[in-house]
Ligand binder design. Structure first.
Ligand code: NDP
Length: 433
């Protein structure tokens, strides 16, 4: 804690893992002897850099960029870039730390990393975003490469930003290396099905979890927070599986319609028109808009899918959900539930799908994108979706198996942490100091 003073989100993520892996440590004294815990929490390197750029008025603005390369034991460092004003070293490190374990769960050859900048793309012109991305990549390019470190998108970084970042990297290297970034537009090496992968994957994982308890999405009422990349495709897949999605949100507020939201229209206003969710009610007057994104958890539902940001579902929200008899919570976002909220939900027999397992579909398909780039080939959307479904099934099976073996329970929070920790710890042991 002393070494990472003030990095609350990072400490929270570490605590969540360390609290659950004790049985493995007792079982494997070699992990303690080789000091695996201290070695796993210390990143290989943490890079912080200046990002100067010129705004539309001709003024020079300065942001701070980050890249944490946590470890490349299982493959190149891999993890998204987040552009949001709240980005700092703690946020980047918590995300990078989670990413190590998530990537291990996918079963693919990818290590853990993460990055971003405290740049707010909201309200910026297209040209400003391009200038920012160019400046960001000018510095980042010296630290990444298809076999070194492969960034992708996250909050505030979608296909457009990845396109600009890729363009700058290509110019600087005078080399076309599509495998250096994932989440690219299809035209220059993107994978079909990547855009949908995190949201769909979350729903596939929750589906597995529900089936084991004789529940399903069919006929269930679902609340999904956020309305970005992960949220939109979680809503789409949940609806396809027969659920009624009754609410979603953005950082200003939430919309609710007990008869279900029109997901196609939502995609149109968010992806094409870049509107706020409140805009939905101008066409659907029966839908209700409530100011304040935290109010979304007070709408009754059977399944809650937090898909917006970290710590968005706190103890009050967990209590409201339990009071309304929620059956399952599936984390589409990274660490969306606070530590005490997770424990409260588990104590009240709510099925809990933890982020590092439930949202691993995005990075899993990113790894498929890297493989396609290496082989200069393309999978069809159906092939990608079939692979994604199988990967999510495997992650579920491994997590539940670890929970049963080490905790004698169905607790997937424990199971996902243990299953992934063992893979990473064994790689450290095998590769030496
Ligand atoms: P986007 O930028 O596409 O969307 C984020 C959404 O969350 C926006 O609708 C945003 O609203 C909303 N939001 C932000 N803060 C809040 C809040 N406090 N309450 C309610 N809504 C809020 O990001 P992504 O969908 O890509 O990422 C969402 C989460 O999923 C993040 O935690 C990310 O790390 C995680 N994730 C993403 C993956 C991916 O493939 N994209 C992969 C794995 C995890 P507004 O427009 O108002 O800011």
């Amino acid at each position: 804690e002393e070494r990472n003073e003030g990095e609350y989100e990072f400490l929270q993520a570490v605590r969540e893992i360390f609290d659950t892996i004790k049985p493995v440590l007792y079982d494997n004294p070699v992990y303690m002897k080789l000091n695996i815990l201290e070695r796993i929490v210390e990143p290989d390197r943490m890079i912080s850099f200046k990002v100067p750029w010129v705004d539309d008025e001709g003024y020079v603005q300065v942001n701070r960029g980050f890249r944490v390369q946590f470890n490349n034991l299982l493959g190149p460092y891999k993890g998204g870039l987040r552009f949001h004003p709240t980005v700092n070293s703690s946020i980047v490190k918590f995300l990078g730390f989670e990413q190590i374990f998530k990537n291990a769960l996918t079963g693919q050859s990818i290590g853990g990393g993460k990055g971003g900048a405290d740049f707010d793309p909201k309200g910026k012109s297209d040209l400003e975003i391009m200038r920012f991305c160019r400046s960001f990549m000018t510095e980042l390019s010296r630290h990444i490469g298809p076999n070194v470190d492969v960034p992708a998108g996250d909050i505030g970084v979608g296909e457009q930003e990845i396109g600009y970042l890729f363009g700058q990297y290509r110019k600087m290297r005078n080399s076309f290396e599509p495998g250096v970034l994932t989440g690219k537009p299809i035209a220059f090496g993107g994978s079909l099905g990547r855009k949908e992968a995190t949201g769909y994957g979350t729903v596939y994982f929750v589906k597995e979890m529900l089936e084991d308890s004789n529940y399903s999405f069919q006929g269930a009422k679902v609340v999904v927070s956020g309305s970005g990349n992960v949220a939109l495709y979680a809503m789409e897949k949940a609806t396809e599986l027969g659920a009624t999605v009754v609410a979603c949100s953005d950082s200003s507020g939430c919309i609710y319609d007990e008869n279900g939201l029109d997901i196609e229209f939502l995609k149109q206003i968010k992806e094409d028109e870049k509107e706020r969710v409140q805009h939905y009610t101008t066409v659907y007057s029966k839908a209700k808009y409530v100011e304040g994104c935290e109010n979304i958890w007070s709408f009754p539902c059977d399944i809650a899918l937090p898909c917006a940001t970290q710590n968005e579902l706190d103890m009050d929200a967990a209590k409201a959900l339990v009071k309304n008899n929620v059956k399952a919570v599936g984390e589409g976002a990274n660490m969306p539930c606070t530590y005490d909220a997770v424990n409260y939900l588990l104590e009240n027999d709510v099925l809990m799908a933890p982020a590092k397992a439930a949202n691993a579909g995005g990075v899993a398909v990113s790894a498929l994108e890297m493989a396609q780039n290496n082989m200069r080939t393309h999978l069809t959307k159906e092939e990608v979706d079939a692979r994604l479904q199988q990967i999510m099934k495997n992650i579920y099976a491994e997590s539940i198996e670890a929970a049963k073996k080490y905790d004698d329970s169905d607790n997937l929070v424990v199971g996902a942490n243990i299953a992934s920790f063992i893979k990473v710890a064994d790689a450290i042991v095998a590769q030496g100091v």
